[in-house]
Design a protein. Structure first.
Length: 151
């Protein structure tokens, strides 16, 4: 009999009580909340940086395309997208080459920069790109220089 009671008391001591399991689960949920929140903030940061890089690259593309092909190229901005347009000398009108949408950011531009075959720009522009994480400003100079600043 004595062996039977010792055996049953040893079995009861193994494992966790319901209260201990609930506390561990509660701590796990809190840690997951903190992790998910910081991950979502990080996603906003990288969406913003990707959009800044993309706009900067497209401005450089438009400038070099104008120089190498000897045509006028411009970028037109909307609140969520931008459009690359090429000027057709024969028809005397702008033709859309490509339209791109940006995810998770908002754009504001005070002008539509137009790149000329000499590499210069008319319609100088300040382009603001922002979301909940931060704000960047891209400016164009008449010489064709493109400058990016975090605000």
């Amino acid at each position: 009999m004595k062996n039977k009671n010792t055996f049953s008391s040893q079995v009861r001591e193994k494992g966790f009580s319901l209260m201990e399991a609930m506390i561990a689960l509660f701590i796990l949920v809190i840690m997951m909340n903190v992790t998910i929140t910081s991950f979502l903030n990080l996603a906003q940061k990288y969406r913003l940086k990707k959009a800044v890089w993309e706009i900067n690259s497209r401005l450089k593309y438009a400038r070099y395309r104008a120089i190498f092909d000897g045509i006028k190229v411009r970028l037109r901005f909307d609140s969520r997208s931008y459009t690359i347009e090429i000027y057709d000398e024969n028809q005397k009108q702008w033709k859309k080459e490509k339209e791109c949408f940006l995810d998770g950011v908002t754009l504001q531009a005070n002008n539509t920069p137009t790149f000329h075959p000499g590499g210069t720009i008319s319609n100088l522009a300040s382009i603001y790109i922002f979301n909940s994480w931060g704000k960047y400003k891209i400016t164009t100079a008449i010489s064709g220089r493109i400058k990016t600043v975090q605000l």
